[in-house]
Design a protein around this ligand. Structure first.
Ligand code: ADP
Ligand code: MG
Length: 217
């Protein structure tokens, strides 16, 4: 019997931007993950299935071998830490930046210079802790699960650590980016142990993604 391969993906931005890569890698979901309530989706290849997970859960599924491969943002991977994961490929999709933002009018530079203790709200607690530790800025981190933009507006926090692409959400909420933390894009991730023991079936899939991400040919 053919070795079967599962690929963990999240709905929303990752799936939207991955759909054309899947097609170019010769994979067609038999149901639209955005429309279906199914969390395991068969593909045109009887040996390949898609596992639909929350974006921040993708590395966990692949780390534990519940999925062989996955596609996850660098934001999520950095927060997870990458244990047990091989990251062979930057797919160059879902690109954005991880930034520090504050309310328009809040003098961030001055607060940092004065050594003020900052309240920072984010869902990227680990990334934020590292960033401010490197700068020598003391922070109280407040863990949120979404809509970080609300935190400075409501007085929950002085600053947020979040992703931006166009900047229109920041602007609409009267926030400004004051610091760049890192560029973000989506990566292919592979379970390290599975790659060692099942390279014959997984490597061709990695190669197919590499060709699909690599350009027009
Ligand atoms: P969730 O809301 O569950 O985090 P999203 O679909 O909003 O799911 O985000 C999934 C991934 O897409 C993020 O982990 C990140 O890598 C990427 N992403 C998020 N926001 C943006 C953005 N504004 N522009 C481009 N990519 C983004
Ligand atoms: Mg989101």
């Amino acid at each position: 019997m053919k070795d079967s391969i599962s690929i963990a993906l999240s709905k929303g931005r990752i799936f939207e931007e991955t759909a054309h890569l899947l097609a170019r890698a010769g994979l067609r979901p038999l149901e639209d993950p955005e429309a279906s309530r199914k969390l395991v989706i068969a593909t045109n290849r009887s040996d390949v299935r898609l596992i639909i997970v929350r974006a921040s859960d993708t590395p966990t599924y692949v780390q534990h071998g519940a999925a062989d491969l996955g596609i996850a943002g660098h934001d999520v991977l950095h927060e997870h830490g990458g244990a047990g994961l091989y990251q062979p490929l930057d797919l160059g999709i879902a690109t954005c930046r991880m930034i520090v933002a504050v309310r328009n009018g809040f003098d961030y530079e001055d607060a940092v210079r004065r050594g003020a203790r900052l309240r920072v709200a984010t869902k990227y607690v680990r990334t934020a802790r590292e960033h401010f530790a490197q700068k020598g800025v003391h922070v109280d981190l407040i863990r949120l699960y979404g809509s970080m933009e609300l935190a400075p507006i409501t007085g929950l926090a002085d600053a947020i650590v979040d992703l931006v692409s166009s900047g229109s959400t920041l602007k609409a909420n009267d926030l400004v980016a004051v610091e760049d933390i890192m560029p973000v894009s989506a990566r292919l991730i592979v379970n390290q142990a599975a790659l060692k023991t099942r390279r014959a079936s997984l490597q061709p899939m990695i190669d197919a993604f590499a060709r699909a991400a690599g350009g027009g040919q």
